[in-house]
Design a protein around this ligand. Structure first.
Ligand SMILES: Nc1nc2c(ncn2[C@@H]2O[C@H](COP(=O)(O)OP(=O)(O)OP(=O)(O)O)[C@@H](O)[C@H]2O)c(=O)[nH]1
Ligand SMILES: [Mg+2]
Length: 197
């Protein structure tokens, strides 16, 4: 743990949320639109070789992928939503899988919602927040790919996302993040460790 990153290894992929691990370890899941950078974030905050599959083609992750972290908790890489070209059948199975897991897992302790810094907070992001409101889970927003914006643009984007997602004010954790510059890694690692504790 000298690097400050999380040591983790791949454990299993499931296509049915009822098959998720039942060993009672807490879990923290990474959600967001397709291609937003969920799998890349998992690779960036974990030690060693990349453990999650990344692709420039949206829709890469299709199963719930469980990574055992620090022998203590699970990091869960979720399939992305909002991929417009996905056939209805795929959208339905996404709903069953991701919604089923997020709504029903007794071990889920926190959720990170990723939003691309160049895009608005969209209807499907909001839907996810609304579904989850009754669970009262700790939720953090991570703004990804911030290396693509100038400092001014980023400042504006952060203010807008804070307003759209948390209704303005200071409430809610929001971390600007980039796998390219490394910004936000430390904060994300801290948030996850706390949520999983
Ligand atoms: N410039 C830049 N590109 C990034 C960053 N994070 C991810 N990407 C790129 O974005 C693309 C999608 O990354 P993934 O990590 O596969 O995205 P995902 O959210 O897991 O996508 P799905 O599994 O399809 O839902 C890849 O081409 C990544 O290299 C970042 O911080 N900066
Ligand atoms: Mg992925």
């Amino acid at each position: 743990m000298g690097s400050g990153l999380i040591s983790a290894r791949f454990v299993m992929s499931v296509l049915d949320y009822t098959k998720a691990p039942t060993d009672r370890r807490p879990a923290v899941a990474i959600a967001g639109r397709s291609n937003v950078g969920k799998s890349s974030l998992i690779n960036a905050i974990t030690e060693g070789k990349a453990i999650a599959r990344v692709s420039s083609t949206p829709g890469k992750t299709q199963s719930l992928n469980f990574f055992l972290a620090e022998d203590r908790f699970y990091l869960v890489d979720l399939p992305g939503y909002g991929y417009a070209k996905a056939p209805h059948k795929v959208k339905d199975s996404w709903g069953r899988l991701v919604e089923g897991y997020l709504m029903n897992s007794p071990y889920l302790r926190g959720l990170i919602i990723l939003v691309d810094c160049r895009r608005d907070f969209q209807a499907d992001d909001r839907m996810l927040l609304e579904w989850l409101a009754p669970r009262k889970l700790p939720i953090a927003a991570v703004m990804t790919k911030t290396d693509k914006l100038t400092r001014n643009e980023l400042e504006k984007a952060v203010t807008t996302l804070r307003r759209d997602m948390f209704g303005g004010g200071k409430g809610g954790d929001l971390v600007p993040f980039s796998t390219k510059t490394g910004v936000g890694k430390k904060e994300v690692v801290q948030w996850i460790r706390k949520a999983a504790s």
